[in-house]
Each structure stands twice: as C-alpha cells, then as structure tokens.
Design a protein around this ligand. Structure first.
Ligand SMILES: [Fe+2]
Ligand SMILES: [Fe+2]
Length: 324
C-alpha cells in the first residue's frame, strides 16, 4: 500500500495523488483522513483533502524491487522485449508491493520517430505485470533527453510520471528526481532550480515526519567509483554531486539508487550508499561477470539491505512479502 504520492514538478499536471490500497483494506475516506495528512504534501493537496493530522502507522519490514534501464528496443526489439518479459515473469512471482524503474524506459527518446511504437510495446509488456505491483517510473536520458526541454518533459509527464515526486510506504520516504536536470539544466534552468528547492524542502520536512528510512532514486549516479571522481557522461557533475551528497548526509538519506551505466557499481560514502544497478535488459559488460537482472531491497526499521540478482539466480520469493 502506498500511503501517498506527491509531486509538483510538472508543467501539465501539477500535483498527483495516487494510492494503491490493495494490501490494506481501508476506505478512500479513511485514507484521506489518515495517512494523506502528511506534512510533505503540497498546499494544493492539503487544501483539497482538508486533512489536519498525520498518523504514522506501525512499521513492518517489507521488500521491493529496483529495475534499471529496461530500455526497450536497445539491441533490438526481440532481445529487449524478451528481457522485459523475463523480468515481468519474475516480478509476478515475487509480487513486491512496488517496482522502481530507474530510467531509460525505452531506447527512443521523446523526439524519435520510433517512440510511439516503443512506448506502446513498453505499456503492453507491463500490462502483463500483476496489477498489485505499483510501477514507479524515473526519467532517464532516453526518456526526457540528455538536455531536457519543456517539450520533452511535458511529453514524458503525459505518458509516464512527474519528473520529480515522492511517496511514502510504511513510514519510509521515497524521493524521485530527474537527473538530466541535475546534469544539463541549460534549456530549463528555472525548472532545475525548482527541483532542487523541492528536494531541499522535502528533506527538511522529512525530519519532522520521523521516517524510518529515506531513499532517493534517479537515473544517473551521483558517482560510480568515488565521490571525488572526475565528471563524465555517467555521473552527476562534482559541484552538484557534492551539493546533493551534503543534503543526503544532513538529512540522513540511507541510499541513492540509480541506473544508466548498464553495469553494477557501489559506493559507500560514510554510510550513504550510492547503488548503481545493471540494466534489466542489455549490459555493457562483455565477459559475463556483471549480468543483467533485478535488485531486491529489504527494508528494516532503521536500515536497508539489497542484492542484485541475475535472472538465472533470482529468488522465487521476497524476504518480506506483503501479499501472501
Ligand atoms: Fe540506459
Ligand atoms: Fe541512460
């Protein structure tokens, strides 16, 4: 059950609020009166829902799944769709409450003539995923473009999700950011600034809410090997990187999950985990030592644990299933 989702990124649909109440039989009226009263909600939602108080439910451990770069049609339609079918099959067996997709949903970006077909296939394949599994999309460079524009962002938000948003699940805060904006804000500098203000505000308010864990999701990694590595096409530039790292440390963010590199990488920066997951479809690794697959994350009251699994070694059940 997703307690609530809120975001104010988009130029089209300023705020969205969704809930998936499949694993908790409460009425929408009670839902709005209870959990939706988060201090993280934007003014528009708070006003609309007329919620006055925030009630934190008791924590229970749970597991969820991270997918990176399904990038449908990369390395061909047959190859990539077969990988996605394989991933969906595992997800249907694991039955997590939600799936985070860390960007590059299809290979064609918004202005590619193939994008309509590729996104149609993407939605068709995901229609085979059990509807109990909520999908949370993150924008990649193959989605909104390496240098986003208002047009590319509007295109993405109409089809997939806000470019930044957050949601709460079992008293854990999940923050989603648009990392192309962190790298290349040139076409939309005001929007890039707005995202950073929102991020800071979200973290600031999270301290009052006393979440068990706060996790951040984006497409590009802050870094791949160490926090002081040189800027390149795979990471966030060092100035913005250290600005975000400082905020993560200040507000006790547990982990940053990302894709983009099509390889698995891991950095632990004084307790902050920066977790780069290999793609679910096509890897840039050539010797078979860094395979494609999915990352399973187990969430405890004060920490998280996670493992990336090759499809051939994928568990058949979660450590903490929500649906039994
Ligand atoms: Fe990618
Ligand atoms: Fe990418």
């Amino acid at each position: 059950m997703t307690d609530f989702i809120t975001g104010d990124s988009n130029t089209l649909n300023n705020n969205i609020q969704k809930e998936n109440m499949a694993d908790k039989k409460i009425s929408r009226r009670k839902f709005m009166q209870g959990t939706a009263a988060s201090m993280l909600m934007g003014p528009a939602i708070c006003q609309a829902s007329k919620v006055k108080s925030f009630r934190v439910k008791k924590f229970e451990p749970f597991s969820f799944v991270v997918m990176a770069d399904p990038q449908l049609f990369m390395n061909g339609e047959t190859f990539s769709t077969n990988k996605l079918i394989q991933a969906v099959s595992h997800l249907n067996q694991l039955l997590p409450p939600f799936l985070m997709i860390c960007g590059d949903l299809t290979h064609a970006a918004y202005d590619d003539p193939n994008v309509v077909h590729e996104t149609n296939v993407f939605f068709d394949k995901f229609s085979q995923m059990n509807s109990l599994i909520k999908r949370y999309d993150v924008a990649g460079n193959h989605d909104t473009g390496a240098i986003p524009t208002y047009e590319s962002i509007a295109w993405y938000e109409q089809r997939f999700a806000p470019i930044w948003y957050s949601f709460v699940y079992r008293n854990n805060l999940f923050i989603i950011m648009e990392s192309n904006l962190l790298r290349e804000p040139g076409n939309v500098p005001a929007l890039a600034d707005k995202q950073m203000l929102w991020f800071k505000d979200e973290l600031k308010k999270s301290t009052r809410a006393k979440f068990c864990n706060v996790m951040l999701f984006m497409h590009h990694g802050l870094c791949l090997n160490n926090v002081n590595e040189a800027d390149d096409g795979w990471n966030i530039g060092i100035v913005k990187r250290h600005e975000i790292l400082a905020l993560c440390h200040q507000y006790n963010v547990k982990a940053v999950f990302n894709g983009h590199r099509h390889l698995t990488r891991y950095v632990n920066d004084n307790g902050l985990e920066i977790v780069t997951s290999n793609a679910s479809s096509y890897t840039f690794n050539t010797d078979g030592t860094d395979p494609v697959g999915l990352r399973l994350v187990d969430v405890y009251e004060d920490h998280i644990m996670h493992t990336f699994y090759d499809y051939s070694e994928m568990p058949t059940s979660l450590a903490f299933p929500v649906y039994t």
